[in-house]
Design a protein around this ligand. Sequence first.
Ligand code: FE2
Length: 615
Amino acid sequence: MRKFLSRALKVAGVAFIILVLAYSAVAVVLYSSMGRFPLKDTPPPPRRINNLVWPTVGFPAVTRPGYSVVVEFDPGNGVQDAGRENPAGWKASMKASRAGLSSLTYRLKALKAWLAFSERWPRGTRHGSPRKVWRVEFQVPPETVPELYDLTVEAVKGEGWTPDTQPHSVSVTDKANNDFRFVTLADIHVHRRDISWLFQEQTDKGISRDGTPVYFEEAIEQVNLIRPDFVILLGDFVRAQHSPGDYQLEFEEFFKTMLRFEVPVFTVPGNHDLYVNEVNGAKVWEETFGPLRYSFDMANCHFTAVNTSDWPFQDRIVMEKFGLFVYPRKWQGQVSRASNERDPETFKGQLAWIRDDLEAHAESRLRVVLMHHDPYTPDGEGRAWENERFAGAFTMGGGGKGRRALLELFSRCRVDSVFSGHLHCDDVGRERWSAGGGETVFANQTCVYFDEGGVQEKYPGYRLVEIEGAAVTSFAYLDREHSIPLYDGSVLDGETNVDRLSLPAISAEYAEPEADREAAGAAWTVRSYLAQPMELRGLVTGVDSPDGGFVARGGEIYRVVPIPGTGRSLVYLSARLGAGVPGRSASDTGKPFEREVSVRPAEAEVEAAARALTP
Ligand SMILES: [Fe+2]
């Protein structure tokens, strides 16, 4: 018996060693540089950030009429040292980004120009290591209409001028109070439509057969209807891991689509966005959206955007082996670096920057951190950071550093909220601050797209975050933990057939104004299947400008903007929708709250009233 046992142990030992060796061999083959994606001829996306390095399309300026904006201009060719302190050597203009309003333009007055280190690019500007850029203060004309604008800045260069433009980079707001609201969207994953597997049919809803990102377009439409003060995109805009050249094609599709937002957009990088697939995603990011990490203030609330895919180049490479794609080595969270994650004094690199940024804003009313990977997750384990084990043997994807360090900083620096994505699910964790007096809420959220169809324990959605009186008063649907669903029939605590989702949870059906004078104006049928009230501020229409002004029904006019040179005006209305009755599943239609919202010339109202009185 003993002999048998010792033999069995020996066999088990040898089998174990063989297994370990086999796993190691597989790991070496998978992750050696051998067989990386071959280079194809797909050109890299065009460089979109050139000389005007702030504000940018992914890191816009939010300001008010009559206020000033300090832009950053880096010619990137050494001409920084030429004397340009004279404001007369600088010009800037803004053109409304909204379709139909492009004739609304303003010249900005240059007040001051000086050379200084960038305040917007913590690692130095897109052109390289920290060095001085031209910071130019421009005044936004006091008569500026609150809208989103494309900004063009010109600098004297020898005998001519070099204009540079950033679309959607300046948002002008006339908010009188400090309350505001924003939408967060995560994991949009615009991708090519060729990733079906044998047992996993790709849904038409993530990407349609003609390549349209259906859910993303629906999200943009609903966000424009809500018209929050801004939107935050929490990373993973593309997929970039199926075949060579994916990155460029997906990225272009994403960029083209995101310009449909009619509100300013702040972008935060996810792992997929920084993958190396023919091109280096981190470089493309900086050439398109702006810095990988940055911070900004909104009504004395401080926002810090963090890059949680802080992995070296080698770990971000997507490869192809034997005709199959192989994930990059790392896709979970990492923020470097610290020799002791419990001791902020030892932090370096991005962690030191986060520490300094949060400490410098200790007096802000609220600190909010935006990041792709949630360092906490409800149980405190940090599922977006942990090691994933391949067949129980070696780790893939995870093992990232900096998780503890972030939690330490958030607790010490009294961070109020952390918004994240990556895990494609609604999860909320809470941790008390070490010194007491409050807690950090870690709000992870669902995705916008699904590559797999069928039944899922999630649905596409978004968070609408409301800040009132220096506090986050709402960030979840029905004030629980969920995201607000994009479609009726989404099941909160159960299974949703995502293929069957088709009825937008909120919508506004526009009725074209009729030709006869009485009916001149415009009307919408607005609907909401949401089980909570919703305020829409994005009912915007162009109508002929009457002498006596407009009258609204079913909603309120909050702005009228004459469109230069047309005799027409753009009318902005808000409408408060009551709660509807949501459908119980994707094949069961709910009962919407429905309302007509219309706007007409005031004289048409008077005429109609007079006629009603005539016997
Ligand atoms: Fe991700």
